[in-house]
Design a protein around this ligand. Structure first.
Ligand SMILES: [Zn+2]
Length: 309
């Protein structure tokens, strides 16, 4: 049976797996804290991780599929992930292909999540869906009329940079009021620090993570509750715009914040989506959590690899 080396690269994590065409994961491993001091150090860590999962199974993959956070040049596989500063114009596809002697495709991590959820998760059977990642950043991948959309440079689906709050918080892209600047892990942390600097009362201290903010919100900290309410609203507004533009059936949301803080993100998201999506075809869009959890990107990366053969 065909097998693929599947790789998922996010702002703070690396994952690799060997997956066969039936969807069985033969081996996989995930690193959640990764040293990213230089471009080569990060690539070496990825290479070692990949060699370990290859050694853990007798299967010999025929191709490599990678989901990497954006932006990037597709199909060249030259990546400049916003949340991985040491990789700017990094030739990831070429480096992986020559290291392992296999054909390789590199695409967006959220595009991979969309493919993975459609193959094995919440999007099974859907030909018109948006896969979203709400994590260190906010990304998206669009499947329309049954096909993954790429766009001019392969970056179709960057829903994280839809502006939903004019003159709102600064986003990593340099614009104010993007979904990502408000609802991503880095956006939540930045907004917390700014509110604390302005003297807003909270049990949290500067430098807290999105997970800390979620814990504080669950304990009733008013600032933390407010940060998550506005985050959910921002995602809901972004989805309403995407649904109007694309006529979507389904939105499947994965990524660490969506997976581990849905109790905080989901209710304001749904409320704001119902407030802003007023057309018949936008009202009917369903928003669900990604079903494959942290593995969605790996399944999608495997799909990318199989499409190469
Ligand atoms: Zn932005």
């Amino acid at each position: 049976m065909r097998t693929a080396l599947a790789i998922d690269i996010g702002g703070t994590k690396l994952a690799a797996g060997v997956i066969d065409a039936s969807g069985q994961v033969l081996a996989s491993e995930r690193l959640t804290t990764v040293r990213m001091n230089t471009a080569d150090e990060l690539f070496e860590t990825l290479g070692q991780l990949s060699r370990r999962v290859l050694r853990a199974t007798a299967a010999r993959p025929q191709s490599i599929g990678v989901g990497c956070s954006g932006p990037m040049q597709y199909p060249a596989g030259i990546v400049s992930p916003l949340n991985i500063p040491v990789w700017r114009g990094f030739p990831l596809r070429e480096r992986l292909s020559s290291t392992f002697g296999l054909a390789c495709v590199v695409d967006g991590d959220a595009k991979a999540l969309a493919l993975g959820e459609r193959w094995r998760g919440a999007g099974r059977g859907s030909n018109n869906m948006l896969g979203m990642v709400v994590s260190t950043g906010v990304g998206g991948g669009i499947i329309l009329d049954g096909r993954l959309l790429h766009g001019n440079l392969g970056n179709a689906g960057h829903v994280g940079h839809i502006v939903v709050w004019p003159n709102g918080p600064l986003c990593g892209c340099g614009t104010r009021g993007c979904v990502e600047g408000i609802a991503s892990g880095s956006g939540l942390a930045r907004r917390l620090d700014e509110a604390l600097k302005l003297g807003t009362r909270s049990c949290l201290t500067p430098g807290s993570t999105a997970a800390d903010i979620a814990d504080a919100a669950r304990q009733g900290d008013l600032l933390a509750v407010e940060l998550f309410r506005t985050a959910g609203e921002a995602v809901g507004r972004g989805i309403a715009s995407a649904a109007a533009l694309l006529d979507l059936e389904l939105v499947a949301i994965g990524g660490s914040i969506a997976l581990r803080a849905w109790d905080l993100l989901g209710p304001p998201l749904e409320r704001e989506l119902r407030n802003t999506a007023r057309l018949d075809f936008t009202r009917s869009v369903r928003v669900v959590q990604a079903e494959l959890g942290d593995d969605a990107g790996l399944f999608g990366a495997a799909q990318l690899a199989f499409a190469l053969l």
